[in-house]
Design a protein around this ligand. Structure first.
Ligand code: AMP
Length: 510
């Protein structure tokens, strides 16, 4: 029978798991060579062949322009020149804007793709491996996303599934999945768990109360622009400064292959420094002088340098922990267990900061790289008809959703950390005689000024009954699904007649 699998679609690596066998055990799905994770990288080689995962990573130093890495950061985002500039400082693939829709496009192998299409290639690879392993086709999956993903980003993940005919039956938050991996089957009476999730590209912190098989999120927060990539970038900056001091006038930023070699070694050295105090940072023949003389990078990177250069990034994670504890009205000492999720939590300085903040050692019960996929698979299994596992997730939205009022301020319809699913209705009265339509812009974010938040959609409800100003009342329903995705509808409050809805620029469904 075709199973629902659980997929952790990560910025750096992805991983899948499934519950199977007569004893209904969770298993991570192995890839070639027995590894459980696949790099979330898509590339096209010189001959036009598509490469995904390990094969793509293997050639990225030589072909960086056609290697799409870290693309989850751009998923479901509007094209924003600042963000693109930030990414272009370190990644060398071309990023452009789809005219009219504002969608971000990336170029690879001479073609442009939207981010859901890139994600669909990675999902396809995961699905192929999983169906080989299970000897059955896979049509359905539970996919995890950072808790701090907004509506548009969640919608983009659903679209990625649609591109390859994979139904994303539920989207669940990564920390919630990790809490499932920790808590299911342990008969917990009532415990408060903090999940600190620092991965390759994103950071999330969630406070979740576990009552046996009920997992209730009390508050969540995070930063979709904070992860291993940012730590690597700090090492890259250090290497470039040191290199420039030794070789005045030679700018390695202009050389994509040199940058890719530095980036690759930056990540490997950073991982080494989780176990050692220092390591060599050598790249022979990185470039040539104008006179044709080869130059090397020949440095020593220490844990002290790494920690000094990244202290502010770690401080940002702790600031978010403070806010989330305030939102949940909990003191850090009231947390029973701290779970570390995401490869970056192996960095000693991160572990120290978390231990100091919560005043206790993190739990060793979950594996930071595997917990999210395992939790996703458990949840997937709980949705199967023949499942003996029933879990209940009570999740929240990470950021407020609201409309722009006449003064450009954000009128919040759902506040941050309000539970999902959720429905709210608002009544509007016409402000002009014979007003035929009603327009509104929906935003998501925590700023008071609507425009500084993420625009989710521009709605027009038309066909309003004609009448004097203030006489006709329109009732708009805002429906938030369990996945944290918004849909909307409107009707005449007095006649009950549904309005026609047109949507421009939107992730929001009618
Ligand atoms: P994830 O998104 O959870 O797969 O996390 C991947 C990130 O964790 C990447 O930025 C890796 O460089 C980083 N990472 C993996 N192992 C370690 C380690 N031992 N020490 C520090 N960072 C690590």
């Amino acid at each position: 029978m075709s199973r629902i699998i659980g997929i952790d679609l990560g910025t750096t690596n992805s991983c899948a798991a499934v519950v199977e066998g007569p004893e209904q055990k969770v298993k991570l799905i192995p890839y070639r060579g027995g590894e459980y994770t696949i790099p979330s990288i898509y590339a096209v080689d010189d001959k036009g062949n598509e490469l995904i995962g390990h094969d793509a990573k293997r050639q990225w130093q030589l072909n960086p322009r056609n290697t799409i890495y870290g693309s989850k950061r751009l998923m479901g985002r509007e094209y924003d020149p600042n963000v693109v500039q930030q990414i272009n400082n370190y990644f060398v693939y071309e990023i452009s804007e789809q005219p009219n829709t504002n969608e971000v496009l990336v170029a690879v192998g001479g073609k442009r793709y939207g981010l859901p299409q890139i994600a669909s290639k990675i999902l396809q690879k995961i699905r192929d491996v999983a169906s080989d392993y299970l000897q059955a086709p896979i049509y359905r999956a539970v996919v995890t996303v950072p808790a701090y993903f907004n509506d548009r980003q969640r919608q983009a993940v659903k679209e990625a599934g649609q591109v390859i005919g994979l139904e994303v039956v539920r989207i669940i938050n990564e920390p919630t999945a990790a809490a499932l991996a920790f808590g299911v089957g342990r008969g917990i009476e009532r415990e408060m768990v903090a999940i600190f999730d620092l991965g390759g590209g994103t950071f999330d912190i969630s406070l979740i109360e576990i009552r046996d098989r009920v997992f209730e999120v009390k508050a969540t927060g995070g930063d979709i622009f904070l992860g291993g990539v940012d730590f690597d970038n700090r090492i890259i900056d250090w290497v470039l400064e040191e290199f420039a001091a030794r070789n005045p006038g030679v700018d390695l930023r202009q050389d994509p292959i040199a940058m890719q070699r530095i980036k690759d070694l930056a990540e490997r050295s950073r991982i080494d420094l989780s176990d050692r105090k220092e390591c060599a940072f050598n790249i022979p023949f990185i470039t040539m002088t104008p006179a044709g003389q080869p130059l090397d990078v020949d440095l020593r990177l220490t844990r002290d340098i790494l920690e000094a250069r990244t202290a502010d990034l770690i401080a940002r994670t702790i600031e978010t922990c403070v806010r989330v504890c305030q939102d949940a009205q909990l003191h850090p000492s009231q947390i029973d267990h701290v779970l570390l999720v995401g490869g970056m939590t192996r960095m000693p300085a991160v572990q120290r900061a978390v231990t100091d903040f919560f005043g206790k050692q993190p739990s060793k019960q979950v594996n930071p790289d595997e917990a999210v996929a395992i939790g996703a698979a458990m949840f997937a299994f709980s949705l199967e008809d023949d499942s003996n596992l029933k879990v209940q997730l009570l999740d929240v939205i990470p950021m407020a959703i609201g409309i722009e009022d006449a003064r450009g301020q954000m009128y919040e319809i759902f506040k941050r950390n309000e539970p999902v699913p959720n429905v709210k209705t608002l009544s509007f009265t016409t402000s002009q005689d014979d007003q035929a339509d009603l327009q509104m812009r929906i935003f998501q974010g925590d700023s008071q000024v609507a425009r500084t938040n993420e625009l989710l959609g521009e709605f027009t409800f038309s066909g309003i009954r004609l009448g004097r100003a203030g006489e006709v009342r329109v009732e708009v329903a805002f429906n938030l699904s369990q996945d944290g995705i918004l849909s909307m509808s409107a009707k005449d409050r007095d006649t009950g007649v549904e309005m026609k809805t047109t949507v421009k620029l939107s992730s929001v469904r009618r």
